[in-house]
Design a protein around this ligand. Structure first.
Ligand SMILES: [Zn+2]
Length: 519
C-alpha cells in the first residue's frame, strides 16, 4: 500500500470549474496538490508512487447514480437471451446453457434468464407458459425482460412458486388460470422468492466477485437502489440490510437507497435518504409507464400509477418533515407529474430544495414540468444509454410512443431549465462503463437533446456527487476531497464520435489506493 501517489503527464480534468492541471498528488487518501509543469518533483520522494498517465485524461472517480448491487451481482449468473430472435432461439439458448452448466436444476434452483424484448422476437409477444413448456417442462424456468419489469414462467415454475392469483399483475389466460406472464406486484413477489433462494453468504460472495469489475470501470461510488420496488411486498428489508452490513467491508463507496416507504427504518439506520427505484409507474417497454397520451401500438391499454396520489403526497410530506431526501422512480409524464406535484405541495411548509428530492429515469417530462421541478431543486437521475438501446427513429420507443419518441430524455432542455442531472447505468440494463452513458448523452438519437462533453462528465462526477449530497468530499479533483481518481485510456481531446464508446478506465484509485489497473 502506498501512502502517496503522484499522477504525472496527465490531462487533469478537475471538474472544479474550468481548473486544469497536468499532475495531481494524492496523500493519505485525499487530494493533496495539483498543478502544472514539474513542481510535483518537490513532492516526490521514495515513499511516493508515481503513475505516468502518458498524456491521457484524468478525472474524478465516477459516480454511478442508479445501480442495483445485490440484483446486479445475482443477475450476472443468469442466462442471457439478448441475442434470441424467436421462441425457438430462446429454447435453444436455454437448453444449451442448461447442458453446459451441468447444474442440477430444481424448484430450489430454477433456470433463470433475462434479456427478452418482444419486438426483437419473430412472434412479437411475450412467451406464455405453453410456449416455454415446449423447451423446459421438468424444472422451473423464469425469464425476465431486458427491463426486468416482466417475468415469464413455465408451468413447472408457476406450480412451484405458488404466487397468489389475486395479486395485481398475474395475467390470466382464456381458461382463467395464469398464462405465465407476471408483472407488477406479482413479479415483485416472484422475485423475492427467487432472491430468497440465495443465501446471504452466497450473495456476499457474488458481490465480492463483482466489485472489482465495477471499480475496473472507473466507478468509485455507486448509488445502490436496494430492496423492493413495491410498498406491498414482504421481506423488503433483506437486501438493504445486507448492503448496510457489508458496505464498510467492500472497497467501493456504496450510498444506499433503502427502498422502503417506512421513514422510521431509515432513520434508525442513520440514513438521510429513502426510496430509489420506488415505482410510481412501469416502463415503456412493458406498456406500464403512465403517459398523458395513449400507447401507439396498444391504444386500448390504460396503465395506472402503482401508488395512489394521496399516498405519494403523504410520503413526500413525511420525508420533508423528517428531513429525508426522497427518490421516486417515474418514467411517464403522468408519473413524473405525481412526483413533482407531491413536492410542490410541500414547498410553502418545508425547505424542499435543501433536501434535493430525486426522480429516477424521468424519461417523459414536459417543459412546464421541468421548470417546476427546477424551482423545487429536484435532481433528475437519468440513464442516457437507454436512448442508445431503445430511442431514436425505428426504436422501441417509437413503436410504443409514436411521434412522442422525440420527447424522451430531453437532457438538453432539462439542463437548460436548471435541473441538476446525474447519470446511472441501472446495471445491468446498460454497461458498467460510464462512457456508454456519456456517449449517448452527447449523441442523443434526437440531436437537440444532446449535452456537451463537460455536461456529460458532470453527470457522473460533480453533479453526481451533488445528487447524493456528497459534493463537499467527492465529484471533483479539489484539494482536500477524497482521493478518488480515474486515469482514462485516452485523452478526451483526441476522441470524437463513436470512438468515445471505447474510452474506459485504465487505472482506478479510491481513497488514494489503486483499486484496478496500474502499470
Ligand atoms: Zn433501476
Amino acid at each position: 500500500m502506498e501512502s502517496s501517489l503522484i499522477i504525472k503527464n496527465a490531462d487533469v480534468i478537475t471538474m472544479d470549474g474550468d481548473k486544469k492541471a497536468d499532475w495531481i498528488c494524492i496523500k493519505e487518501g485525499k487530494i493533496f496538490a495539483l498543478g502544472r509543469g514539474s513542481e510535483y518533483e518537490s513532492l516526490a520522494d521514495d515513499t511516493v508512487g508515481i503513475i505516468d498517465a502518458y498524456g491521457h485524461s484524468v478525472l474524478p472517480g465516477f459516480i454511478d447514480n442508479h445501480f442495483h448491487l445485490v440484483k446486479g451481482a445475482i443477475f450476472q449468473g443468469f442466462i442471457s437471451l439478448e441475442e434470441a430472435s424467436s421462441f425457438d432461439e430462446i429454447g435453444e439458448i436455454v437448453m444449451e446453457a442448461r447442458q453446459k452448466s451441468g447444474e442440477n436444476y430444481s424448484p430450489e434452483n430454477p433456470i433463470l434468464a433475462y434479456g427478452i424484448e418482444p419486438e426483437k422476437l419473430k412472434e412479437g409477444r411475450y412467451p406464455k407458459r405453453e410456449d416455454l413448456d415446449r423447451y423446459v417442462s421438468d424444472v422451473p424456468m423464469v425469464l425476465y425482460t431486458k427491463d426486468y419489469h416482466v417475468m415469464m414462467l413455465n408451468t413447472c415454475a408457476i406450480l412451484s412458486f405458488q404466487i397468489p392469483y389475486m395479486l395485481p399483475g398475474v395475467i390470466m389466460d382464456k381458461k382463467g388460470i395464469p398464462g405465465g406472464v407476471f408483472v407488477k406486484q406479482a413479479a415483485a413477489r416472484l422475485e423475492e422468492h427467487i432472491l430468497q433462494k440465495y443465501h446471504q453468504k452466497s450473495i456476499v460472495k457474488k458481490i465480492g466477485d463483482f466489485v472489482p469489475e465495477i471499480l475496473g470501470n472507473g466507478v468509485t461510488t455507486i448509488a445502490a437502489m436496494e430492496g423492493n420496488n413495491y410498498i406491498t411486498s414482504f421481506e423488503k428489508e433483506r437486501e438493504s440490510e445486507l448492503v448496510l452490513k457489508i458496505a464498510d467491508n467492500i472497497p467501493l463507496s456504496v450510498e444506499l437507497f433503502y427502498q422502503t416507504t417506512d421513514t422510521e427504518i431509515v432513520k434508525r439506520r442513520g440514513l438521510n435518504r429513502i426510496g430509489g427505484a420506488l415505482y410510481l409507474d412501469g416502463t415503456f417497454g412493458s406498456w406500464s409507464a403512465v403517459n398523458s397520451f395513449p400507447y401507439a401500438d396498444k391504444k386500448d391499454i390504460k396503465p395506472k400509477l402503482f401508488m395512489e396520489r394521496d399516498y405519494i403526497d403523504a410520503l413526500a410530506e413525511r420525508c420533508c418533515r423528517e428531513g429525508l431526501q426522497l427518490s421516486f422512480d417515474a418514467i411517464g409524464d403522468v408519473a413524473v407529474e405525481a412526483a413533482i406535484s407531491a413536492f410542490e405541495k410541500q414547498k410553502d411548509f418545508y425547505d424542499v430544495k435543501a433536501l434535493r428530492p430525486r426522480i429516477e429515469h424521468c424519461e417523459m417530462i414536459s417543459r412546464q414540468q421541468m421548470e417546476r421541478a427546477a424551482k423545487l431543486g429536484m435532481v433528475i437521475s437519468v440513464q442516457p444509454a437507454y436512448e442508445g438501446r431503445w430511442g431514436g427513429a425505428g426504436g422501441m420507443y417509437e413503436e410504443r410512443l409514436g411521434e412522442n419518441y422525440k420527447k424522451t430524455n430531453p437532457l438538453r432542455e432539462m439542463k437548460d431549465c436548471g435541473l441538476v442531472l446525474c447519470g446511472g447505468s441501472d446495471y445491468n440494463i446498460s454497461s458498467l462503463n460510464p462512457f456508454e452513458g456519456i456517449y449517448y448523452s452527447m449523441n442523443h438519437p434526437v440531436k437537440e437533446h444532446s449535452l456537451n462533453l463537460k455536461e456529460a462528465l458532470a453527470m457522473y462526477t460533480i453533479d453526481g456527487a451533488y445528487a447524493l449530497g456528497l459534493e463537499k468530499s467527492r465529484g471533483s479533483l479539489t484539494i482536500g476531497k477524497n482521493g478518488d481518481v480515474v486515469v482514462l485510456s485516452h485523452n478526451l481531446k483526441d476522441v470524437t464520435g463513436e470512438k468515445l464508446k471505447e474510452v474506459h478506465a485504465e487505472i482506478t484509485i479510491r481513497d488514494g489506493e489503486i483499486m484496478a489497473g496500474g502499470r
